[in-house]
Design a protein around this ligand. Structure first.
Ligand code: ATP
Ligand code: MG
Length: 447
């Protein structure tokens, strides 16, 4: 089917799905998004919903947020809405604020093929800056996957499809618009997005896209670490962390995000590091499924635990004392990690705290346990201990002791932390033995 689009040019490819031909209903769209769409329309502009929200609405899912595109430029958008702020340097966007909800309004982006003075590519073909406005037809080509490039037109409630997104939607296929290799070069983060959407939507990657990822995975190395951190968080706090992990490894993407973890998996013995990781990912997914909160630092602490241990053991083999070996190993592993994904300071601090609590759980006599329980990271540290105990990395008896200790009353706690009866005499005996030995050594030295 061919049709005239709103900008007046004729496209041979566009398919318009009328309201009767799709299941996007206004009742599922946020009221504020509708307000924005209607208001733009009233001012004489074209206005569409686009991207993830249309994709999710078609699947009957509740969208995370609603993105609007229009032919009004950002300054025109600002004039229409009082509650509006312009943001972004790489591409200027308008944010329309309604209390806590923000509706993002973008102007159609211009053509991507030819380079011009407003578009900057680096020498690997990566897009560094673009601020060219265009038509809806051009805007389509700037999007990543066909299912992310469907436009819901507020004028007649139709869904506009230039790239076969509806057909891919029906077959559950993630297909890049245009040549996959070129699109990944332009923005390698699209490879991570491919995995994220495949897992979240239960879609499969089309063959071309898969092939290109296998070839292009290493291009992610050039992406700023702060952006990779954001993507990693989206990937692993999505509720499908385990599947995401498996898929990222399958495509060779995991090693770019977490090189030390990948190294530790390569030398795993008895399956321990893998078990701990898998369990951590599973726990995080089931917590999300139960509506509980998950913290990034806990998962990251699990990712890097084995690398820290391996490094600490190397240091101890070179004669370093245990405590220092672990501290230094933690610093080194974190320093290596932030070259791949940035780690906000509060995150790396929290990870270190969880790690450094682990040996402290062994002290169960005297006043140490009651002090430890008051540590601000006790809960996370204890959960981490459970994880280790469940996967063969810590003594289950110690973990059980701490479980019992937490739930015991004061009296019981006091009993639990009392030194064993004979330990006093034992200590005295030990001291005497040491003193005797010292005396002999001294005598030998003197003679
Ligand atoms: P989510 O459900 O995670 O919000 P989304 O598809 O809405 O998924 P966003 O990051 O919110 O993802 O982006 C909105 C839309 O912008 C996408 O659907 C896609 O059309 C386009 N887009 C976002 N990032 C890219 C990118 N790196 N390359 C090309 N297009 C992109
Ligand atoms: Mg979105």
């Amino acid at each position: 089917m061919s049709a005239r689009n709103d900008t007046g040019s004729v496209s041979a490819h566009v398919k318009i799905y009328t309201r009767a031909e799709h299941n996007v209903s206004r009742s599922q769209i946020s009221e504020n998004a509708l307000k924005v769409l209607y208001r733009l329309q009233k001012e004489g502009f074209d206005a569409y919903l686009v991207g993830g929200c249309v994709r999710d609405l078609l699947l009957g899912r509740e969208p995370k947020d609603f993105d609007v595109v229009t032919n009004a430029d950002p300054d025109q958008v600002r004039k229409v809405f009082r509650n509006c702020r312009l943001i972004g340097r790489r591409f200027r966007l308008a944010h329309v604020h309604f209390g806590r909800e923000i509706i993002e309004v973008a102007t159609f982006r211009g053509a991507g093929e030819e380079q011009n003075d407003k578009q900057v590519l680096n020498n690997e073909g990566r897009l560094l800056r673009d601020n060219v406005y265009g038509t809806i037809e051009e805007d389509v080509w700037r999007r990543d996957f066909t299912v992310n490039a469907l436009y819901y037109n507020i004028k007649d409630f139709s869904v506009v499809d230039y790239v076969g997104g509806m057909a891919d939607h029906k077959t559950g296929t993630l297909r890049l618009i245009g040549d996959p290799d070129m699109r990944f070069r332009e923005d390698p983060v699209r490879m991570l997005r491919a995995v994220r959407f495949a897992v979240k939507l239960g879609f499969k990657l089309d063959q071309e896209c898969e092939k290109a990822i296998h070839n292009d995975a290493q291009l992610l190395v050039g992406i700023p670490s702060a952006r990779l951190y954001d993507e990693a968080i989206k990937l692993f706090l999505s509720g499908y962390a385990l599947q995401t992990f498996e898929m990222l490894r399958h495509y060779g993407l995991f090693q770019v995000l977490f090189p030390s973890t990948e190294d530790s998996l390569a030398v795993e013995e008895n399956g321990f590091p893998r078990l701990l990781l898998i369990k951590a990912l599973e726990n995080s997914d089931s917590r999300i499924a139960e509506g509980k909160t998950v913290t990034a630092y806990f998962l990251l602490a699990a990712f890097l635990w084995e690398p820290v241990q391996m490094r600490a053991k190397e240091k101890m083999a070179q004669g370093e004392v245990e405590y220092i070996a672990y501290q230094d190993a933690a610093s080194e592993i974190i320093a290596r990690q932030i070259r791949s994904t940035a780690l906000p300071r509060h995150i790396s601090m929290a990870m270190r705290e969880v790690w450094s609590l682990q040996p402290k759980f062994n002290a169960r006599i005297g006043s140490k346990p009651s002090r430890l329980i008051g540590h601000p990271r006790f809960r996370a540290g204890y959960d981490f201990l459970l994880l280790r105990a469940e996967t063969g990395g810590a003594d289950p008896e110690v973990a059980e002791w701490w479980t019992k200790y937490q739930h015991a009353d004061e009296n019981e706690q006091r009993k639990m932390t009392q030194p064993p009866r004979n330990s006093g005499t034992k200590n005295r005996d030990a001291k005497e033995v040491i003193l005797k030995r010292l005396k002999t050594v001294l005598q030998k030295l003197e003679s």
